[in-house]
Design a protein around this ligand. Sequence first.
Ligand code: AMP
Length: 292
Amino acid sequence: MSVPIVRTVAELRTVVAGWRRSGASIAVVPTMGALHKGHLSLARTALQKADRVIVTLFVNPKQFNSAADLAAYPRTESEDAAKLAPVGAHLLYVPDAADMYPAGFATTVSVSGFSEGLCGAFRPGHFDGVATVVAKLFLQTGADFAFFGEKDFQQLQLVRRMVQDLDIPITVVPCPAVREADGLALSSRNVRLSPAERSVAPKLASVLLETAEQLARGSPVLPMLAKARAAILSAGYREVEYLELRGEADLQPIASIDRPARLLAAAWLGETRLIDNVKVSLTFPVAAKVHG
Ligand code: AMP
């Protein structure tokens, strides 16, 4: 059995209306395709929560900063459909860019604060593109639940803020990052890594984890962040775009672990940009203090 595919909003709405008539609850799992076990885990979690699960596959041109990156993004629709069938997803929605953004399209959804800094500082316009397409997907599907990975933590928090601000009647459900056995977070971009780069890649996650543990134990923030940057570079990464400690809920910069926090990073391994983040739990009553 393969997953039925629809490509237009009209077809999508016909299927959804039928489900609604039968009283079914509906979940949406937005993706850009090239599905891996991380995406499939979102779909599996969605199936536990909702009666019907729509996976969307759209390589959204508005969230790419570079035409080369957009052109190089892996596109594997038939493999994606084959992977989703055994999981039990009910529908794959694969809209056309020309239908999503017809001539004259003029609306942008922008979530200030959440779209700046971290990835936003290095990918201008990226999060406006994300917010705009996610808002459209929520309105097109009319889903009750949306599943997002914590792997893209800034995106997750931005989408939550947007849903709250625009009173969109959907519950955003965060899902933990799925990792390879060596700790590397699964990403559609990992296929671009050479064997040598692949062996270096897990260092990003291991450095973040070690640093988070030490911060939770009270080590000083700024020296720990500097040490972590150096460790990522000496492992073989070409550049660390950012490595920052932020408050978990609002993603504001923080200088001490006085509330739940996240350590987030983006780094270049050869020509591949990888991102990752880990939770920093407050395990000691005394907050870590910034030195100097
Ligand atoms: P993408 O196709 O990369 O835009 O990702 C689609 C959804 O899958 C987003 O909610 C991502 O956060 C999520 N996702 C991507 N990689 C992972 C992963 N390794 N573990 C869990 N979720 C992921």
